[in-house]
Design a protein around this ligand. Sequence first.
Ligand code: ADP
Ligand code: MG
Length: 340
Amino acid sequence: EAVVNRIAAGEIIHRPANALKELIENSLDAGATLIHITLKEGGLKWLQIRDNGSGIRPGDLPLLCERFATSKLRDFDDLSAMTTFGFRGEALASISFVSASMSVVTKTKQDPLAYKAFYTSGALAPPKPGQSSEPKPCAGSDGTILTAEDLFYNVPQRRRALKSAAEEYNRALDIAAKYALHYGSRGVGFVCKKSGSNATDLSTPSSSATQTMDTIRLLHGTSVARELVHLEPKRNAPLGFTVAGYISGANWSAKRTTFLCFINHRLVDCSALKRSFETLYSAMLPKGGHPWIYLSLEIDPAKVDVNVHPTKREVHFLNEDEIVETVCTYAQDALAGANS
Ligand code: ADP
Ligand code: MG
C-alpha cells in the first residue's frame, strides 16, 4: 500500500514547482500578506515556505497530512465554488509521501506558543528515531513555516524524469513570480531565495494602481512593460464576469506567447482563451511573433468548473465561448484605443 500511495502522491506532486504552487495557495488561503520562499537545488533538496497567515491550531496538526483532510471543503457545492484554492486536502499529504522529511512550525494568534511537527507518509513522524512524534511547543511568530526536504528521494522514476536543478529552480521561480504579479496589488509580498544567494523581492505589497506595472517591469523587463496596453476592469453583467489586465500592443513581439491567466485569483490554464488571443495577435503581429498577456477574470464561482484533479490547472466555465469572444472584443477595443 505504501508504494501505491507514493506513486499516487508523485502524480499529484510531480515537481518542486507544482508543490510550491500548492503551498503558495495554502498560504494565500490562510490570509498571508508576506510569503517567503527558499529553494535549494531547485527545491529538490529543500523547499521552504514561510507565511504570516492564520497558522494551524495545535489540535489540527495530527491529521494535517491525512489524505483528504481539509479545512476548506464544507459541502459538495464548494467543489465548484472555488472560493478558496484548496479543494481536496491532498497537497500536504502528497508532499509528506514524496519527501524524506516534512516539517511544519505554526502559530495562530490565539495560541501563546508555536508548535513544530514532522510528517512522513501522511502521518506524524518522530523528528529522530526513538523520539515522540507529538507536536512540540516552540518559539515562533504568527503564521506557518513548511519545509520539505529531499523531494522524490523515494520515487526514483519521478526524480529521473525531472530536469536539472537549475531548470527546476526556474520553473519554481516562474510560479512564484506569477503569483507575485497578481497578488502584489492585492497587498501580498513575495520573496524568493535561492539558497546561497541573496533574496529576490518578487513584489513589495501595496494596493496602489502602479503596483502591477512596477512588478511587471521588475519581473519581465521595461521593454515589454512600456509596450503594454491596460485592459481597464470591465464588467459584463449578462455573462456575469469581470475582466482586467495588461496586454502587449502591436509594437511588441516575442518568439513565444506569455499568457498569465488568473480566474477568481487562481492561476489557471484556459486554452480556449489562450487560443483566441493567439488568433487575434497573429493577424496583428509579423509572422512568427507572439504577444504578452496577463488577464484576471472574475466569474461567478458557481459557473466555473475546476477540473477536480489537482494537477490539472485547465478550467472550463459556463458560456465559455461567449465569454472568450467577449474578452477578445474588449482586448481589440483596448488595442484600437491605444493606437488612435
Ligand atoms: P487543502 O488546501 O485542499 O485544504 P492541503 O493538503 O493543501 O489541502 O492542506 C490541508 C490543510 O492544512 C488546509 O485545509 C489548511 O487547513 C491547512 N494548511 C495548510 N497550509 C496552511 C498554511 N500555510 N496556513 C494555515 N493552514 C494551512
Ligand atoms: Mg491546498
